[in-house]
Write a protein that binds this ligand. Structure first.
Ligand code: DGP
Length: 116
């Protein structure tokens, strides 16, 4: 995986509204929010582009940490009880723009189905 805009956010070279950080995970508000709560959760050290490169045998622990972060953030943002959506765009047809694995947390409004 090459350098992306998220690499610069991880290194704090460009500003972001960070809401959660630990050794392995960083979460920050999306610059172009699609819901009242729109937060991106990313691995800091794992250099993979999207879900196609996930291997259960290697990445299980990190995936657990990403979802621990999702749940902690959802509680902190007050959307845990009402519900929220977690989206991972993966590949060109999904609309993925940034080639660094990231989970979108979307909440604070009623979500629609099917998604666009
Ligand atoms: P995706 O389309 O799934 O690759 O989502 C990428 C998201 O990243 C998109 O919703 C906009 C967001 N984004 C892109 N550049 C920046 C940035 O510099 N800062 C922040 N906070 N978000 C960004």
């Amino acid at each position: 995986m090459g350098e992306t805009i998220f690499s610069k956010i991880i290194r704090k070279e460009i500003p972001a509204k960070i809401v959660y950080e630990n050794e392995d995970v960083l979460a920050f508000r999306d610059i172009n929010p699609q819901a009242p709560v729109h937060i991106l959760v990313i691995p800091k050290k794992l250099e993979i582009e999207n879900t196609t490169q996930i291997k259960g045998s290697e990445h299980a622990e990190l995936l657990g940490k990403l979802f621990d972060a999702v749940n902690e953030i959802a509680r902190a943002e007050g959307i845990s009880e009402k519900g929220f959506r977690v989206v991972i765009n993966s590949g060109p047809e999904s609309g993925q723009d940034v080639l660094h694995l990231h989970l979108h947390i979307l909440g604070g409004r009623k979500m629609h189905w099917p998604p666009g």
